[in-house]
Design a protein around this ligand. Structure first.
Ligand code: FRU
Length: 485
C-alpha cells in the first residue's frame, strides 16, 4: 500500500467515525440491507463466494452523498444473513483510477481473489478515459493493485467500463459495457489465457447489433451467465424511451436470453425484459456460489433519479442494496426469489387463513411493522385488491395489472406509479419490508417491485382493501436485522 493510499484510508475511517452517531440515529436506517456507513452507495461489485465466505463489494463515495471519485466498500458474510463491514478495499490512489475505482467483478485464480475494475479519469463533462484494471488479494481483505490491463480500443468514447470476468474451459472472458463513437450502447468481449493479456473480440450484443434496433446510447454493467440451460445477458441500457408500463425509470435494467456460442464467440438472443418494475433498481450483479446457485444483488437506486431527494441525505448517507436473490429460469423468464437463508431472520410466524374482505378496507390483527416479511396467498379475487402501507405507499391489483404508487420524492403532493401486467391472475405476494424499503415478489418471483419508501418514523399500519370480494391467507414474520459490525 502506498503512503498516499494509507492516508486516504485514514481519511475514510475518520469520516465514518465523525458521522457515525448521526447516520445511525436516522430512523430510515435499515435493519437487513447493505448501506454505506456514510456517504453514497451505488452498484454492487465483485460479488463472489470464496472459501465459504461471501464477499460483496460496492461503489462508495464516503465523503459526499453524491457521485464522484468512487471507492470499493466491502462486506463479508458466512451465511448471507449476518454481514461484516470490512476496511475499504480499493481507493482512487493511482494515475489510472484517480477519479474513481468504478464497477467490476471478482474471480478466484491461483488461490487469490482477483478484482477487475474500471479506473476512471474524468474529462470536463464525460469520462476522458476508462481503464480496465486488476487488484489481487491473498486473504480477501487486503488488495494489491496490478495496474491497467486494457485500454479502450478505437471506435469507442470514454464510456467503457464495468468488466465482468468468467471462465469458459481454458479461456477467460471479460465483458465490458461501452459506448461507440456514434453513441450506441454495446457489450464488448475480450479473451485471455492468463488474465494479463487480453484480446479484443468485439461487441457481442448492443444497440443496432444483430436483430436489435436502436437500443440505448450506453450499456452499463453487462453480466453474461448460464442459468438452468439458458444463456443470459443482463445489462443496463441507458437512453430507452418510456413505453406504456415499460422503461419507466431514468435508466433500465434487464436481460436478454439466448445462446452463447463459445466456439464462434457470439450471442444470439431474443427480446429485452426488465428485471424489476419498481422505482429503485439498477446495476445488478450475479455470482455462482459454492452451492451452484445463481445469486443476484442489485443497487436500490437509479442514476440521476431523485439523487438528492432521498430524505436520508440530510443525515449523511444515501442508497442501499437489495436483499440477495436466487435466480431461476422457467423456460420463459427469470424468476427471482429471496435466498432461503433469509428465513433465519424470522421470529415466530403469525398466520391468518381464509380472510375475506368485501367492499371494505381493513387491518388484519398483528399484521403490521416496519421490519417484516409478509406472504399472501389468494384463494379468490373478484375485482380489485390493494395493500396500503404506512399511509405512504400502495400496492394494488386489478385486471391483471399490479400498480405500486408512492409520493414523488421531490414533490410529495404528487403521487407516482410503476406498473406491470401479469400473464395470469394474482396468486401470491411476498413482501420484504425494511425501515425505508420495499421488495415485492409476485406470483413466486415472476415479477418484482423494488423501491425505497419514506413513511413517518413511527408509522406501522397496513390496511387491506377489496372491491368485490377477496379471500386470502396471510403469514407475517418480524425480521431481526443483521448486526452492523
Ligand atoms: C452504474 C455506474 C457504472 C459505473 C459506476 C460508477 O451505476 O454508472 O457504469 O462503473 O456506476 O459509480
Amino acid at each position: 500500500m502506498s503512503k498516499h493510499d494509507a492516508e486516504i484510508r485514514k481519511k475514510v475511517e475518520t469520516e465514518i467515525q465523525e458521522h457515525k452517531q448521526i447516520v445511525e440515529a436516522d430512523t430510515y436506517r435499515q435493519n437487513y440491507h447493505h448501506m454505506p456507513p456514510v456517504g453514497l452507495m451505488n452498484d454492487p461489485n465483485g460479488f463472489i463466494q470464496w472459501k465459504g465466505t461471501y464477499h460483496l463489494f460496492y461503489q462508495w463515495m464516503p465523503f459526499e452523498t453524491a457521485h464522484g471519485a468512487k471507492y470499493w466498500g466491502h462486506y463479508t458474510s458466512e451465511d448471507l444473513v449476518n454481514w461484516k463491514h470490512e476496511a475499504v478495499a480499493l481507493t482512487p490512489s493511482e494515475w489510472y483510477d484517480k477519479d474513481g475505482v468504478y464497477s467490476g467483478s471478482a474471480i478466484v485464480h491461483d488461490d487469490q481473489l482477483h478484482l477487475f475494475y474500471t479506473g476512471n479519469i474524468e474529462g470536463e463533462r464525460e469520462p476522458e478515459a476508462e481503464y480496465q484494471c486488476l487488484a489481487v488479494s491473498q486473504d480477501g481483505i487486503h488488495f494489491e493493485k496490478k495496474g491497467v490491463l486494457i485500454e479502450t480500443p478505437k471506435g469507442y468514447t470514454g464510456h467503457f467500463r464495468d468488466p465482468k470476468v468468467w471462465k469458459n474451459g481454458d479461456q477467460w472472458y471479460m465483458m465490458i459495457g461501452a459506448q461507440t463513437e456514434d453513441k450506441q450502447g454495446k457489450a464488448v468481449l475480450f479473451r485471455s489465457e492468463d488474465l494479463q493479456n487480453w484480446e479484443h473480440i468485439g461487441p457481442v450484443a448492443g444497440s443496432k447489433e444483430g436483430k436489435l434496433g436502436e437500443f440505448g446510447y450506453m450499456w452499463e454493467c453487462p453480466d453474461l451467465f448460464e442459468l438452468d440451460g439458458a444463456d443470459v445477458l443482463m445489462v443496463c441500457p441507458q437512453g430507452l424511451e418510456a413505453d406504456g408500463m415499460d422503461y419507466a425509470n431514468t435508466y433500465q435494467s434487464g436481460y436478454f436470453v439466448g445462446k452463447w456460442d463459445e466456439t464462434a464467440e457470439t450471442f444470439q438472443h431474443g427480446d429485452f425484459r426488465e428485471l424489476d418494475r419498481g422505482f429503485e433498481f439498477y446495476a445488478p450483479q450475479t455470482t455462482r456460489d459454492e452451492k451452484g446457485r445463481r445469486l443476484l444483488v442489485g443497487w436500490m437506486g437509479v442514476p440521476d433519479q431523485y439523487e438528492q431527494a432521498h430524505p436520508t441525505v440530510e443525515n449523511g448517507w444515501v442508497h442501499c442494496l437489495t436483499i440477495p436473490r436466487e435466480l431461476k429460469w422457467n423456460g420463459e423468464r427469470i424468476i427471482q426469489n429471496p435466498v432461503p437463508e433469509l428465513a433465519h431472520m424470522r421470529g415466530p410466524v403469525l398466520m391468518h387463513s381464509s380472510i375475506t374482505i368485501e367492499n371494505d378496507q381493513k387491518a388484519v390483527r398483528g399484521v403490521q411493522g416496519r421490519s417484516i416479511e409478509l406472504n399472501l396467498d389468494f384463494e379468490s379475487l373478484e375485482d380489485m385488491f390493494a395493500i396500503e402501507l404506512f399511509q405512504y405507499a400502495s400496492l394494488s391489483y386489478k385486471d391483471h395489472v399490479v400498480t405500486l404508487s408512492r409520493p414523488n420524492l421531490e414533490d410529495r403532493s404528487k403521487t407516482e406509479f410503476r406498473r406491470v401486467k401479469l400473464d395470469e391472475g394474482l396468486k401470491n405476494l411476498r413482501l420484504f419490508i425494511d425501515q425505508s424499503s420495499l421488495e415485492i415478489f409476485i406470483n413466486g418471483g415472476e415479477e418484482v417491485f423494488t423501491s425505497r419508501i419514506y413513511p413517518q418514523a413511527e408509522e406501522e399500519h397496513i390496511l387491506f382493501t377489496s372491491l368485490g370480494s377477496t379471500t386470502f391467507s396471510v403469514e407475517k414474520w418480524d425480521l431481526k436485522g443483521y448486526e452492523y459490525s
